[in-house]
Design a protein around this ligand. Sequence first.
Ligand code: SF4
Ligand code: SF4
Length: 317
Amino acid sequence: MVNAFSYACSACGKCCNSPPAMSLPELFRHRDLFIGCIAIGRVPRKRLHEKLRVGEHEAILDDTDIVAFEAIADTLLYRAGDTFSITAQGYDYPSLARCPALEDDGRCAIHFNGKPVTCEVVPLDPLVPDALQHLVLAGRNQSAIYLGADCIQEGKRGDTTLLVAEGRIEDANARDALARRRASLAAEREVWGKAVFESLRKDLFDSPAALSRIPAGGFLTISIVPALLAVAGLSARCRELCLDYIDNQLGLIDRCIAQALLRRRLDDRPVTQELRGFASAYQRAKAILAVPVSADEHSNEPTHVSAVETYLSGTGR
Ligand code: SF4
Ligand code: SF4
């Protein structure tokens, strides 16, 4: 079996069926377009000699594969028995079955204006070692989302870009996008992810009953407020950026709920409830952030504070 796949995106928009995972700066930049949340996903640990199989493609994990998975877990994930991802994410009504940035002609409205790096990585997966990306592509090729799009082809095709072959990412743009998304996930982990993980440790990560709500490959979505609170206390500038974000999000949530009420769909109701929960969490965060923190309470290293301010304003990318 030749583990080679080629790729050519025709911008049909089929895979833009929900808001993407994003970094906090990306959510800040597009604060009027995407409702932000935190997605907590279970990423089962891989075992030596475990067999991964997608259709006719198969891999039996060796030492090198396990080292690569462990390196990803150490830098991008969080360990609590199993491993978990904690990422910022856009949130919308699943009944709409589309990303809010998707235009009616199938194009991305922010393609030239801050398209999330996650979307540049498509159809690869930053949480899978490069040597096993062919399994990711084989899986996507069989999934309903990509059915009929014909953007992923097995083998080398003359009119498409050779994306992966024999355990290597062959396309330089794809390599660059993967590196940028992994760097972004690592930065998110340092800026707010570790703090959120610790804040949820008692009620979620140390509670088998609570953790059982997240199945393998599944996600739990929560308000993004814990991430905002993790950064807002660093400086007056960080607090200002978070408050501005919250105000914009409250307006966006109101508009999204108003449109949902006009649609009158039963399956929208739980989502509306969740969005009202997000709005309440934002209001509580506003009350917390309304109390200015005195200068001497900002005890963090100035270079760290400055780096986070630059990170959140998106001017350091
Ligand atoms: S389904 Fe394939 S062709 Fe369509 S937008 Fe997504 S990657 Fe591009
Ligand atoms: S941001 Fe653009 S590319 Fe990404 S899912 Fe939305 S429409 Fe598609």
